[in-house]
Write a protein that binds this ligand. Structure first.
Ligand code: GLC
Length: 535
């Protein structure tokens, strides 16, 4: 390995980071799947957008049962995306453009194709190989019932029974997600030792940090006891009796990760922490644990001023308790895209544009999911026989899963694959009506969503100033919210059905057309937000 490259010397606390879902960003080799060369080819686009860096969803070697979140070799790049050298080149290109790269890291589980799991199945019950995972005997005389009643996030039980090497029905193993994603037992010393190697492998290559998948799920209770029957099963932990998540032991894992990352000055970790109560969330951000964590209330909030304010306050409160910069995201690769969540079509687009201004006016780190800047909707029209998310099968076709928000990026032209690929068949089909949404169609159009993103990122940089976690709320008419930042800039949002007058002052940026007022000042129409300096 070459000498350790420089890591970010810039503060993370006010960065705008762009999430790339590598299968869907840009396909350079023409196989219908996005790849790392495709990202390299579009570093110029990221500069044009004005972001400070990239979060790359997993690119490690994986059979792809959960599209990279099932890792079979954590220290290699999957051939679908390129190789380690391609990643190194991407890091270099991003650094040359003053951008950082965060990689996704998946410490909660491996793929069933990981060498450890293959060895565990092979070695048989009671073997040391099985102790790196949760292998247990089934219940009942013939062991035909799962060891406990835990459900998997993707539907069905969180346990799968294996067939032993001699062909008999065997033990069960735990998987909080798909059966192809067996959970690791973090109390086994090999698990942490191996993760340390993985961290160093990528940090030595120059990556600036990690997004840590399922950061709240890494420790399981010793007894693996049944969940109470009435426990509320939700992704955002609301019920502390759901022993699958947020166990005390999880914090030892984060301390271990932090100790390694601290050897690389400037590197940072971002945890995926689906934990609701602010005080419990904040524990993940103690000085020797994660640097930052995703806090999801805004990502789930409906377009309604009261709910938006509540979500913002919850995140600010958590970050105050934790003394860590808040993080914001309107969407990611797991949720319905914001345009669709807020009402689809022109309405959803106007609202998503308004929410961008709200998000970028807030102190902290903003994550933009690829395609948000184009105003892409979720695509619920994907034919069933093309669906790939494990949720679809696991739920017995009751839930479509997350393919709708993972459709490839439209770059140019008027029909699929819109310059995403040279292949006719892309891994997920692309809708026929995305011609007006391509980068090409939006780039020169001053009113496009892409232009709004560029302007908001660029303009915001000059006034957002020092990012403290303070926002000052203004009294606002019903259905509206307004807050002021330290430097006097006010962000106002109208989610009501009526136009409201704005105070007099200089408008910095508006998410849509403002109505000229008959007297002084302007009018903020419904589904619109504005940044301004009141006089
Ligand atoms: C996280 C990821 C999601 C993945 C799951 C299992 O929630 O964001 O995409 O399916 O972990 O790794």
């Amino acid at each position: 390995m070459t000498a350790s490259p420089a890591h970010s010397t810039r503060p993370w606390e006010d960065m705008v980071l762009y999430q790339i879902y590598p299968r869907s960003f840009a396909d350079a080799d023409g196989d219908g799947y996005g790849d790392l060369q495709g990202v390299i080819d579009h570093v110029g686009y990221l500069e044009l957008l004005g972001v400070d860096g990239v979060w790359l969803s997993p690119i490690m070697r994986s059979p792809g049962a959960d599209h990279g979140y099932d890792v079979s070799d954590p220290r290699d790049v999957d051939p679908l995306f390129g190789d380690v050298e391609t990643l190194r080149r991407l890091v270099e290109e991003l650094h040359a453009a003053q951008m950082v790269l965060i990689m996704d890291l998946v410490p909660n589980h491996t793929s069933v194709e990981h060498a450890w799991f293959a060895a565990a199945v092979e070695a048989g019950p009671g073997s040391p190989e099985r102790e790196r995972y949760f292998f247990r005997d089934g219940l009942g005389d013939d062991g035909s019932r799962p060891p406990n009643n835990w459900p998997s996030v993707f539907g069905g039980p969180a346990w799968t029974r294996i067939t032993e090497a001699d062909g008999t029905p065997g033990q069960w193993y735990l998987h909080l997600f798909a059966p192809e994603q067996p959970d690791l037992d973090w109390s086994h010393p090999d698990v942490g030792d191996d993760l340390e190697r993985t961290l160093r492998f990528w940090l030595d290559l120059g990556v600036d940090g990690f997004r840590i998948d399922v950061a709240h799920g890494l420790a399981k209770p010793d007894d693996l006891a049944d969940l109470p029957d009435d426990v509320e099963i939700a992704q955002l932990v609301v019920d502390e009796r759901d022993a699958r998540w947020d166990r005390p032991g999880v914090h030892d894992v984060h301390r271990r990760i932090r100790a390694v990352v601290d050897e690389y000055p400037g590197a940072a970790t971002f945890g995926e922490v689906w934990v609701g109560p602010a005080d419990r969330f904040a524990r993940y951000l103690r000085p020797d644990e994660l640097h930052f964590a995703f806090h999801f209330p805004l990502t789930g909030a409906p377009f309604e001023a009261g709910a938006v304010r509540e979500a913002i306050e919850a995140t600010l409160e958590a970050s105050r308790i934790a003394d860590s910069a808040p993080t914001w995201a309107l969407s990611n690769h797991d949720v319905v895209r914001e345009v669709t969540r807020y009402g689809n079509g022109a309405l959803g687009t106007a609202r998503a544009r308004a929410m961008l201004l709200v998000e970028l006016a807030l102190p902290g780190i903003t994550f933009i999911y690829e395609g948000s800047e184009l105003g892409l909707p979720s695509d619920f029209s994907i034919p069933h026989d093309r669906l790939t998310d494990p949720t679809w099968e696991r739920s017995g076709h009751a839930e479509m899963g997350r393919d709708h928000c993972r459709v490839p990026m439209p770059w140019e032209g008027t029909q699929p694959p819109y310059g995403f690929s040279t292949a006719d068949r892309t891994w997920l089909p692309m809708p026929g009506d995305w011609g007006p949404l391509t980068v090409e169609a939006q780039l020169e159009d001053a009113d496009s969503t892409l232009s709004l993103y560029r302007a908001a990122i660029e303009t915001g940089r000059s006034w957002r100033g020092p990012r403290t976690a303070s926002v000052e709320w203004y009294g606002a008419p019903s259905g509206c919210l307004a807050f002021r930042r330290d430097n006097g800039v006010v962000c106002a949002l109208n989610t009501s059905e009526r136009s409201v007058p704005l105070p007099e002052g200089e408008v910095i940026l508006a998410s849509g057309p403002l109505d000229p007022h008959t007297g002084a000042g302007e009018i903020l129409p419904p589904d619109t937000a504005v940044w301004m300096r009141p006089r």
